[in-house]
Design a protein around this ligand. Sequence first.
Ligand code: SF4
Length: 476
Amino acid sequence: MAFALAPTVNQKMTTVGSQDTTGPMTRDELKDLACLGFTADLVMQSFCHTAAYPKPVDISTQHTLPDFIRTRGGVSLQPGDGIIHSWLNRMLLPDTVGTGGDSHTRFPIGISFPAGSGLVAFAAATGVMPLDMPESVLVRFTGEMQPGITLRDLVNAIPYAAIQSGDLTIEKKGKKNIFSGRVLEIEGLPDLKVEQAFELSDASAERSAGGCSIKLNKEPIIEYFKSNITLLRWMISEGYGDPRTLERRAAAMEEWLKNPELMEADADAEYHKIIEIDLNEIKEPLLACPNDPDDVKPLSEVQGTKIDEVFIGSCMTNIGHFRAAGEVLKQLKGSIPTRLWISPPTKMDQHQLTEEGIYAIFGSAGARTEMPGCSLCMGNQARIATKSTAISTSTRNFPNRLGDGANVYLGSSELAAVCAALGKIPNMEEYMGFMDSLDTMSGEIYRYLNFNEIESFMQGADKAKTIPAVNVEVSA
Ligand code: SF4
């Protein structure tokens, strides 16, 4: 397998994430460990789960936790900055291991293992975490993406293929799930951008996989790092801290760029099972049906279902999804017959989408735009209407997560936008009517936020280099 780890090891943790609902517990564990400084190279705290609709206890956490993290050498985001993974993924180093207190801690570079608050605190404080390495299931994509098919359809193609092969069942009683507790390794999509790869690795949480790794070429990672180095230094100039940690990570990325090498699986690696998925055979969108992320069906089996609410957001989305949704919605005359919730993953995405006029399209359509963050996906903040039927781009559709008694389909942002426009799940002809002019994988729709090409970020990064306190040695 790609990650040469012994069955049980104390594995070095280079990157550790903490989100705001588990953060206070992690803080208490760190106090119990008498941790005054993190050993893990980069520890980051987010406020994505509670930023939009905070309770008094959340406000207290938002006021006190940033200092606690920064004074121990960690990095703290601010409420409204966006979703933990959409930030932490920009801070990763290749072929390293990390952890985090969110079940969707599924790095697209290297590998990560979500953990409870106690283990996360241990990893942050000591820089290691005991790991039992499970076997892997390899999913290998072959063939060519078909018109109108999106990456989200490939996410759903994984459980769909496992259902066909008898390796996954839907019934709770006696449920079979070949992915449960195993590492999901994915091959055959090496040119994905890293943020696109995260869409696949993120969803490994819904498969109950222990972790996920995706084989990527160097080029998208090189492009991502050049952008992320600028972002990290811009953060320093904006007053984010700890500045030495941010600079150390930027410098480590620069080191990797001098000789960019990536680990690969051994040619004779053995897997618990290999699942082959031929992209030529996926000819219609795939949706997870109410209310189970495993219950995947093709569009034609659910077409015509009335839709009341639509959510485009969560860590499953990146800037490309909102551009694509904008392309769909701008074909509409007048406002939509559904309630459409839009929540981009980060404030940088929100800013860029506003600059490009995509927010103007959302506004004209009558969409409700929410603060960057988890939004509806979080479940216990804003909610869709009781007993409504919805389509969502979020991670999971467990009963009552998005709304009491709601029926929730999970699908692509493109399909969600078409549903928002029509008030129903379209048939293939209606769907392709909106999608004809849209190449979901095109460089135009899917463009990184390349911070190294954005003047304001470049200026901030240059300014950070002049701050003496952040000039640090890079450890190997
Ligand atoms: S968007 Fe949803 S799945 Fe992602 S981190 Fe937030 S609550 Fe978790």
